[in-house]
Design a protein around this ligand. Structure first.
Ligand SMILES: *Cc1c(COP(=O)(O)O)cnc(C)c1O
Length: 373
């Protein structure tokens, strides 16, 4: 028994990728996004499982993340989607990763780096996200021309990114309407360019966004991009978070539990302590605002989430509940007929499921099952 354990089902990752491949059909490549250590699931393990499930490409946010994939003998194309300083750009080049460009200066610097021979470049047209990329279609086309004309670099992709694919299809359409003709111009001018735009939400709800490749992250992990029940779309959550009952004791009327004495027993009850806390990613915002499955039953978390412990009200009982000491506890995942989703935490925390799994800290070991793990 471990104080905290994230169990990752790699079979779920593969099956989610297979579902995404079926969604896009032939002629569209699946790029599995494994940035942020695979949304907290473990980038290398997820990458291998995603490739087993039919993904052909991988994407990360940083150059160091690309290096990590290459170190695990991953040879498929890897796209670094994030901004790259000079220092980081050299790391990406050394990892033989593709990079994203939208400025003339960047292409110049890239072309001059040692080892840049043959590096793939994806040109980014900002159609409304307002972060990276250029909003100027002509500038984006110019950068594509420059890469295509370069002796050292390869023009591989033409891309954009949606700001509202998960909650405002109207604005996504506006972005799509500005991207589509631009991408067609690039395609016409330079053969063989991969056009891509869709994240998970767009992949699942807008076939016109699929183009040559889709970049799916959250759905790969079996989480719902629309913050609904992933099962409704056939997605299988890959991650479970476990702890166990390390201590059980009675609380008499008036006894208090935890920092700030936020829990005061109104009636005699039994309190279990689980040795997992906010330093593990069990967010403090879940204080007095979560449930835990123990022996297949839901129990309310009570009191403040500490750095290393949480406390759970097991309810009144004449004596210590039999078998409770040392019992496994499910914080995310299923037990019996019950389940707790990252989407449930997200709703309680006022955030999104992405942040829930990304927050599970390195202090929590990951255990892998499925897919020959
Ligand atoms: C993270 C990211 C994705 C994946 O988004 P999901 O919503 O997790 O599918 C796709 N494209 C870019 C540019 C990203 O940064």
């Amino acid at each position: 028994m471990l104080r905290a354990l994230a169990r990752v089902d790699l079979g779920a990752i593969s099956s989610n990728c297979a579902l995404l491949k079926r969604t896009v059909g032939h002629g569209t490549l699946l790029c599995a996004v494994v940035k942020a250590d695979g949304y907290g699931h473990g980038a290398v393990q997820v990458a291998h499982a995603a490739l087993t499930g039919g993904a052909e490409w991988l994407a990360v946010a940083t150059a160091a993340e690309a290096t990590e994939l290459r170190a695990s003998e991953i040879e498929v194309p890897v796209l670094v989607m994030g901004a790259l300083s000079d220092e980081e750009l050299q790391v990406a080049v050394d990892a033989r990763a593709d990079v994203v460009a939208w400025r003339h200066r960047f292409v110049e610097r890239l072309g001059a780096l040692p080892g840049a021979e043959g590096i793939g470049v994806h040109v980014k047209f900002d159609t409304g996200m307002g972060r990276l990329g250029t909003r100027d279609a002509e500038e984006a086309f110019g950068v594509a021309s420059e890469v295509a004309a370069s002796q050292r670099l390869r023009l591989v992709g033409a891309m954009t990114h949606f700001a509202t694919a998960d909650d405002d299809p109207g604005f996504m359409r506006i972005q799509l309407d500005s991207f589509t003709p631009w991408a067609q111009t690039v395609r016409d001018a330079f053969g063989g360019v991969l056009v891509h735009a869709a994240n998970s939400a767009a992949t699942l709800c807008e076939p016109a966004s699929h183009f040559d490749l889709v970049r799916c992250g959250v759905a790969v992990y079996g989480m719902d991009p629309f913050q609904a029940d992933p099962a409704a779309r056939g997605l299988v959550p890959a991650l479970e978070l476990w702890s166990y009952v390390a201590e059980v004791k009675p609380a008499a009327v008036g006894d208090t539990v935890g920092y700030g004495r936020r829990f005061v027993a109104r009636h005699a009850t039994w309190i279990a302590t689980l040795p997992i806390g906010y330093a593990d990613g069990f967010r403090r915002g879940l204080s007095d605002n979560a449930e835990v499955l123990i022996a297949g039953r839901r129990h309310p978390l009570v009191g403040t989430v500490s750095m290393d412990n949480i406390t759970v009200d097991l309810g009144p009982a004449p004596s210590e509940p039999a078998g409770i000491r040392g019992a496994p506890a499910v914080l995310l995942g299923r037990e019996g007929g019950e389940r707790i989703l990252a989407e449930d935490w997200a709703r309680r925390l006022g955030t999104i499921n992405y942040e829930v799994t990304c927050a599970i800290s390195p202090r929590v070991p990951r255990a892998y099952s499925g897919n020959g793990a």
